[in-house]
Design a protein around this ligand. Structure first.
Ligand code: IPE
Ligand code: IPE
Ligand code: MG
Length: 243
């Protein structure tokens, strides 16, 4: 671990890291347990991720917690996930607040129970002046849904004359996304060996570096996050230019 830390270039820390926390089900199945056992063992990975964010000074971390497509899972699994959200929101968000981290939920939050919605609203408000970093929780989130929602809102504004077509720009479009004042993603990490975006931050990751690891999410530890950052720091980001 010491060795890994020495390899990190503190002048080249990504501003925004987004993580697709995948592989809970397979982690449990490998142990002969139900998939829900994997979800229950995901929290330590989340905690270590937040700690690394703080240690390295990563200003924004987005966690893909539940996708708009995840509603298509069996009811039993969804119920278990909802129960875990409730328990962890209660137990861990306070700890995140004490760490001076701001919490921003994104996605179709209105699809969750009132209990969960209220907790999310409460923590969003409570942490809004925190300055040690921002943790964005993507919940019932879908990139296509987000883009469609922005397009509809813009169309409405143009239709009633509150916005003119020439003012529909990258920047004004971005302002209509859930992530309006959050910078673009620099690095996407996906665990479990799958190599796809699964409808995650489609607009925001246009120029993100992609990092895939075979580690299953419940096994993801600080050292795995450091390795991802070190790998990112070796990349040459060109943004279409010649360098
Ligand atoms: C990620 O793990 C957690 C959620 C999507 C909620 P999975 O549940 O997708 O685990 P695998 O991919 O089936 O192993
Ligand atoms: C993506 O993982 C969603 C989250 C990690 C919350 P999935 O396991 O749902 O994605 P697919 O089905 O493999 O694309
Ligand atoms: Mg999965």
């Amino acid at each position: 671990m010491e060795n890994l830390l020495e390899k990190i270039d503190y002048r080249n820390i990504p501003h925004h890291v987004a993580i697709i926390m995948d592989g809970n089900g397979r982690w449990a199945e490998k142990r002969g347990k139900l998939r829900t056992f994997g979800h229950g063992n995901a929290i330590q990975s989340v905690r270590e991720t937040i700690t690394v964010g703080k240690e390295l000074g990563i200003p924004y971390i987005t966690l893909y917690v539940f996708s708009s497509e995840n509603w298509n899972r069996p009811k039993k699994e969804i119920d278990n996930l909802m129960h875990l959200f409730h328990v962890h929101l209660k137990n861990h968000l306070e700890e995140i607040h004490e760490n001076n981290v701001k919490i921003i939920p994104i996605g179709e939050i209105e699809k969750f129970s009132e209990l969960i919605q209220n907790e999310l609203i409460f923590f969003r408000k409570k942490t809004k002046h925190n300055r040690s970093g921002t943790l964005i929780l993507a919940l019932s989130y879908g990139g296509r849904e987000e883009i469609l929602r922005a397009a509809k809102n813009i169309a409405k504004k143009v239709h009633i004359g509150h916005l003119s077509l020439k003012d529909v720009t990258h920047s004004s479009f971005q302002n209509h996304l859930y992530t309006n004042d959050i910078p673009d993603v620099d690095l996407i990490i996906r665990t479990s060996g799958e190599q796809r975006l699964s409808n995650f931050l489609l607009w925001q990751s246009a120029y993100a570096e992609l990092y895939f690891t075979n580690v299953l999410w419940p096994d993801f530890r600080k050292k795995d996050f450091f390795e991802a950052i070190i790998n990112y720091q070796k990349r040459k980001r060109r943004f279409g230019r010649v360098v």
